[in-house]
Design a protein around this ligand. Structure first.
Ligand SMILES: Cc1cc2nc3c(=O)[nH]c(=O)nc-3n(C[C@H](O)[C@H](O)[C@H](O)COP(=O)(O)O)c2cc1C
Ligand code: SF4
Length: 361
């Protein structure tokens, strides 16, 4: 039997197979951030499609952390009832579901987040064309508390765990990056300081939600920017996270400003699938917790090799599951050996993610 269809333990949780639906903002919430029927139906399909661990799109932990319209909010108790519909739908199947909790930092606009975007340091963002406001030290403390409160809401909504978004240049990732974090206080400078907000959030969640409430992180392994986060530093962050109780690490990379994020366009040959898997393997060698690899993985045999050869423990997919939420089931049943997703990136649809190529047909 394929190792991909064997269970794996993530903290206190047993995930039924090795497939992770990597966090994917679905643009399906209402303007305020409440979950709507379309979003619930999407998660039900992913669970029916046998994805072992489903991670939601990013949910903002503060109003100022909203990245784009129709994003899920988790910054207030009034969102809990709507959020609870997601685990309720997923748990009709063996799948598990984590809420990704996030703050957009400087990668947003005032019209979306309602205030001047914030950042560890006032470093201009050429993509959003924003000069962010530097967070005061006490505001970093509030940010940590708000991440912890968001995790408590996720737990009370029935999620199996949370994923902390520390990738792609969003706020926690921009704390890790020496390019965007030029602070000289306890939150900047050496990597131990740049990782401090993330580590304090992790410790806070473990205290508030219990040690058995799983916490995963999506971690940048590189920013692709001169003066940005290096893989060596990412490995050190992973080791510190493990020491503080992280239950799993999903390895990604990129920053909008670098012109290269996590969602690379264009199909790759099989040997080039999994563009962050090598970095994930490097991190996996330094920790014992499960590590998930991602980036343009489309072929079942590639996924199988990555896990069987011990490069990673889990395989994360985003666009292939937009193309076909039943892909994992189809893999298992032998009905598919490769995703039909062409990585054209036309699924970013502000009226709700969908495969544009499929609609054309
Ligand atoms: C429409 C869309 C929305 C995404 N939203 C998120 C998100 O909310 N949080 C996140 O960490 N990554 C997000 N990603 C990145 C994916 O999780 C993943 O890292 C990336 O697409 C590479 O994997 P893939 O080649 O399997 O698509 C998004 C990707 C897409 C295509
Ligand atoms: S539009 Fe369809 S084919 Fe193109 S990247 Fe998105 S899911 Fe893949």
């Amino acid at each position: 039997m394929s190792i991909l269809f064997t269970p794996i333990t993530v903290g206190s949780l047993t995930v039924p197979n090795r497939f992770v639906r990597s966090a994917t903002h679905d643009y399906m919430s209402d303007d305020e951030g409440h979950v709507r029927d379309a979003g619930v139906a999407l998660f039900a399909r992913l669970a029916e499609g046998e994805v072992g661990l489903i991670v939601t799109g990013h949910a903002n932990v503060q109003p100022s952390g909203k990245a784009s319209p129709r994003q899920m909010g988790v910054y207030d108790d009034r969102f809990v009832a709507g959020l609870a519909r997601i685990p309720e739908a997923v748990h009709r199947f063996p799948s598990k579901v984590f809420l990704q909790i996030a703050h957009a930092g400087r990668q947003t606009k005032e019209r979306d987040c309602g205030s001047v975007p914030v950042s560890p340091s006032a470093v201009y963002d050429p993509v959003s064309k924003v000069m962010p406001r530097e967070l005061a030290s006490e505001e970093v403390r509030t940010l940590i508390d708000d991440f912890v409160s968001a995790a408590v809401r996720a737990r009370s909504a029935g999620f199996d765990g949370v994923q902390l978004h520390a990738a792609h240049g969003y706020l926690l990732s921009s704390f890790l990056s020496p390019h965007t974090n030029r602070r000289t206080d306890e939150w900047g400078g050496p990597v131990e300081n740049r990782a401090r907000p993330l580590l304090e959030i992790l410790r806070g969640v473990k205290i508030a939600c219990g040690r058995d409430f799983p916490v995963m992180v999506k971690l940048n392994s590189t920013d692709f920017l001169p003066g940005g986060l290096t893989l060596d530093d990412a490995v050190r962050v992973a080791v510190m996270l493990e020491a503080d109780g992280i239950d799993a690490i999903e390895v990604s990379g990129g920053m909008a400003e670098a012109g290269r994020g996590s969602v690379w366009p264009g199909l790759r040959s099989e040997p080039e699938e999994g563009y962050f898997v090598e970095n994930a393997a490097r991190i996996k060698r330094a920790v014992r917790v499960p590590v998930s690899g991602l980036g343009g993985i489309r072929t079942l045999a590639v996924a199988e090799r990555a896990v069987r050869d011990g490069l990673v423990d889990l395989i994360s997919l985003s666009r292939p599951l937009i193309r076909d939420p039943f892909l994992v089931k189809h893999f298992r049943e032998g009905l598919a050996a490769k995703s039909e997703c062409s990585s054209c990136n036309k699924c970013f649809n502000p009226r709700g993610i969908r495969c544009a190529e499929l609609r054309k047909r």
